[in-house]
Design a protein around this ligand. Structure first.
Ligand code: 5GP
Length: 127
């Protein structure tokens, strides 16, 4: 089985379809570089996904192939979303799953933004 996060970009993935407006999403921010929307199964009071607009499978792919403008624009958008959601004072966490061990489900690079409560340990205990 192909490792999600590597290989060929799949234009039929869920986030590609959200980007094209084919699937609904509760959008919170959009600019030239990024789109942010609420996760469909939130794991914190605030759980937003931020995705670049380009066809990148994972952080590995984005870091390797993204232009400096795409990378800068994307990370500025992440910071802006957290700021606009007023998460800076209480604090927040960002997380990106890359590949199989991390459990990446959707093969379009995305950052999770969590906030709205104390977030506890950085990782769950090993199984
Ligand atoms: P991953 O495990 O790939 O890092 O995270 C994928 C995330 O996408 C999960 O948190 C999951 O709840 C979310 N998700 C999956 N399908 C949809 C969808 O159709 N809409 C939205 N808004 N989120 C989705």
């Amino acid at each position: 089985m192909a490792v999600k996060g590597l290989g060929e970009y799949d234009d039929g993935n869920i986030f590609a379809r959200i980007l094209r407006g084919e699937l609904p999403a509760k959008r919170v921010y959009e600019d030239h570089w990024a789109l942010a929307f609420h996760d469909i199964a939130p794991q914190a009071p605030v759980h937003v996904l931020i995705i670049p607009k380009g066809r990148f499978i994972s952080l590995a792919d984005f870091a390797a192939r993204g232009s400096e403008a795409e990378i800068a624009g994307f990370w500025r958008a992440v910071g802006k979303v957290a700021h606009d959601l007023q998460l800076e004072a209480p604090g927040y966490r960002i997380l990106a799953n890359m590949g199989e061990d991390a459990g990446q489900e959707v093969p379009h690079f995305h950052v999770h933004l969590f906030g709205g409560r104390p977030l506890g340990r950085m990782l769950s205990k090993p199984a």
